[in-house]
Design a protein around this ligand. Structure first.
Ligand SMILES: N[C@@H]1[C@@H](O)[C@H](O)[C@@H](COP(=O)(O)O)O[C@@H]1O
Length: 263
């Protein structure tokens, strides 16, 4: 796991955007795994800027989102489909038919989950999965206790997640209790994962995910089994890591290698 600590969330988001842009330039038909929540917003803003000012071309990009609330139509202001349209899709030249967000109104979730997995496989698998993390260490909506081999399925939200997301809904009562989410096993199959976490409220989850044991109680810790994960942090979210100096040294070594390559 590569741990990059940037001074601020803005710098961290720019770093992530550069990685996404590099992939799309190399592989115009890249398959991106996308996340919602407050964390990736700055990354999406930077991608929009790159599209508008540098001509970053999304016309052949395919995307799959991690999750969606059950019961919300795509037009609902808090649905993740709506979030993606407003925060990214309508500002870039992605073909909306190539964007996939789980359907929160599917009737048969077992069949639907299997179909979602099949569409990811048909697209060639996810090249780069963007991830955030919940304060309890969950990824997508894989709440504590989720199987580390889980696939796309229906999931009951944990009380902490409902509390955390109440701010978007104007109260806990309004937050849906169920979601459809890619599983931990689905996420582990993506070729590369970029996790973003900013702010001190994520510090504990980040320390548990990176330096703690692999456990279904912190589903993000399963990423320790993935061979290509980059975690991008700011000073606050990195504040509880005990091996900080080592991560900085690794980054320094990366920089030296890069500059030797380009010189
Ligand atoms: N399903 C989403 C996750 O994908 C996200 O990572 C998490 C953190 O959200 P935020 O970035 O707003 O802190 O919230 C929800 O649970």
């Amino acid at each position: 796991m590569r741990v990059i600590i940037e001074p601020t969330a803005d710098q961290g988001s720019q770093r992530a955007a550069a990685m996404v842009a590099q992939l799309i330039r190399k592989k115009p038909r890249a398959v991106l795994g996308l996340a919602t929540g407050g964390t990736p917003l700055r990354l999406y803003q930077e991608l929009i800027r790159m599209h508008q000012t540098e001509g970053l071309d999304f016309s052949r990009v395919v995307s799959f989102n991690l999750d969606e609330y059950v019961g919300l139509p795509p037009t609902h202001p808090q649905s993740y489909r709506h979030f993606m349209t407003e925060s990214l899709f309508r500002h870039i030249n992605i073909d909306i038919r190539n964007t996939h967000v789980p359907d929160g109104r599917a009737l048969d979730y077992d069949t639907y989950g299997a179909q979602y997995e099949a569409s990811i496989a048909e697209a060639g698998g996810i090249d780069m999965q963007i991830l955030g993390i919940g304060r309890d260490g969950h990824i997508a909506f894989n709440e504590p206790g989720s199987s580390l081999g889980s696939r796309t399925r229906l999931k009951t939200l944990a009380p902490e997640t409902i509390r955390d997301n109440a701010r978007f809904f104007g109260g806990e009562e309004e937050v849906p209790r169920l979601a459809i989410t890619m599983g931990v096993g689905t996420i582990l199959e993506s070729k590369k994962c970029i996790m973003l976490a900013f702010g001190k409220e994520k510090a504990e989850a980040i320390a548990a995910m990176i330096e703690g044991p692999v456990t279904a109680q912190v589903t993000g810790s399963a990423l320790q089994f993935h061979q290509d994960v980059v975690v991008i942090l700011d000073e606050e979210s990195a504040s509880q890591l005990t091996r900080r100096e080592y991560y900085d040294e690794v980054e320094e070594a990366h920089r030296r290698l890069q500059s030797e390559k380009t010189n």
